[in-house]
Design a protein around this ligand. Structure first.
Ligand SMILES: [Zn+2]
Length: 413
């Protein structure tokens, strides 16, 4: 299929139109399961109505699927989410939906594509109202524990189950949605990076290797609470000093393994200025794209914690809060994406995704890849979220090329 008709300028125009409709001085207003979200989805439906041959429907999980039938039933699927966090940015999610819309528009204009093309708008990626991210895509993939979320309430006390039913979604039927995956042979998603890596390298767009694995713990240092005035420095069992030493060692571990680690909170007991803290509890988050390296990072961190504890006469315990393994994307599609990035920018750049995305749920079922567009100052989920227009155009262009390659391959298979 010729990709020459793919027009990045249309993607930017559609984004601007949607922003005029659902954005404003307070940022994006597309909170899932609200009137503004429906307005954004109606905008998408109206755009789909303009494309000859395209039909669409909402599945049992609330996701919208648009289909352009091709010469073969096997399908390439593109998509992302139109929902946003409150006071969110104008690009998160909708960039991928509008880039996907242009895939359908350009393919339809070029005649019958060699394979079927589908666009999906995942429902409630952000989880901003009820607290469960990736709701639509995880319900679709069958990884959502539906009984766990049914009773979730929003800040006004409205139950998730009731809010969804009001929008025509009965989660008891969610399992029926999955039949739509049957003919899907590839999934591609364009998204903003939401981090500073591409921008810092002066790059518009990069291929994404997968979503990183996460290890999350409470780490507790135990020593001895003692009087801040009467206890000499070298006779203390100061747990905050141990935790502080560990924090710097943890940083070194992350840098050495090219991963990331964060201590997001530290809590000292008794927590008064007149006592050496007898207990310090910290929250540790470690992430890496490679499972073995993540395991090595965690092993090194445990050694470092032990070392820091002993140095200050303390003990240390680890308690796991949550973990998820890395979800690597498909090697052949990553190659396509890298080639497309190279073609458009002259530089071959691939990077892991720190945030989770709907694509991580799709990657469990079908070959998947993402592309990232740069984010100014690495910001997202805020009104400052932006990408230089030139970068948006290049990112959409690379996405169009990568999707074109996937369509070609699936059309021939
Ligand atoms: Zn997003």
């Amino acid at each position: 299929m010729s990709t020459a008709a793919y027009a990045p300028a249309n993607v930017v125009r559609d984004l601007q139109e949607l922003n005029a409709l659902t954005g404003g001085p307070d940022g994006a207003r597309r909170l899932a399961w609200t009137e503004d979200w429906v307005k954004a989805r109606d905008f998408l439906r109206a755009k789909l109505d303009e494309i000859p041959g395209v039909t669409y429907e909402m599945d049992e999980c609330g996701n919208i699927w648009a289909t352009l039938p091709g010469a073969r039933p096997e399908a390439v699927t593109v998509g992302s989410h139109v929902d946003a966090v409150p006071r969110g940015g104008w690009l998160d999610g909708v960039l991928g939906v509008m880039a996907g819309l242009e895939v359908l528009r350009s393919a339809a204009a070029a005649g019958t594509p060699p394979c079927t093309i589908k666009l999906v708008d995942w429902a409630d990626e952000e989880g901003a109202r009820f607290g469960r991210s990736l709701l639509g895509s995880s319900a679709f993939a069958g990884t959502l524990e539906i009984e766990d979320v049914r009773e979730f309430t929003d800040k006004d006390g409205i139950r998730l189950d009731d809010a969804l039913k009001a929008m025509g979604v009965d989660l008891a039927q969610a399992h029926l949605a999955k039949r739509r995956i049957e003919d899907v042979k590839a999934y591609l998603e364009l998204h903003i990076e939401q981090g500073p890596v591409l921008e810092s390298e002066g790059l518009a767009v990069g291929a994404v290797l997968g979503t990183v694995g996460v290890e999350r713990y409470t780490v507790t240092f135990r020593g001895q609470a003692a009087h801040a005035g009467s206890t000499p420095m070298l006779q203390r069992k100061d747990t905050f000093s141990a935790a502080a030493r560990f924090a710097l060692l943890l940083r070194d571990v992350a840098i050495r393994h090219e991963g990331v680690s964060t201590i997001g909170n530290a809590n000292c007991t008794p927590g008064v200025v007149t006592a050496v803290p007898g207990v310090t509890e910290i929250l540790v988050d470690q992430r890496h794209i490679d499972a073995d390296t993540l395991a090595a990072m965690n092993a090194d961190a445990r050694v470092a914690a032990q070392q820091a504890a002993e140095e200050f006469g303390c003990t240390v315990e680890w308690e796991q809060l949550w973990r998820i393994p890395p979800i690597p994307f498909d090697p052949a599609l990553i190659e396509d994406a890298r080639a497309a990035v190279r073609e458009v920018t002259g530089t071959d750049r691939a990077l892991p995704s720190g945030p989770l995305h709907d694509a991580a749920e799709m990657a469990r079922m079908v070959p998947t890849v993402m592309l990232f567009a740069s984010s100014i100052n690495g910001l997202s989920h805020c009104i400052e979220e932006d990408t230089p227009e030139e970068h948006l155009l290049l990112a959409a262009e690379a996405f169009g090329i990568a999707v074109g390659r996937a369509i070609e391959r699936v059309g021939k298979a």
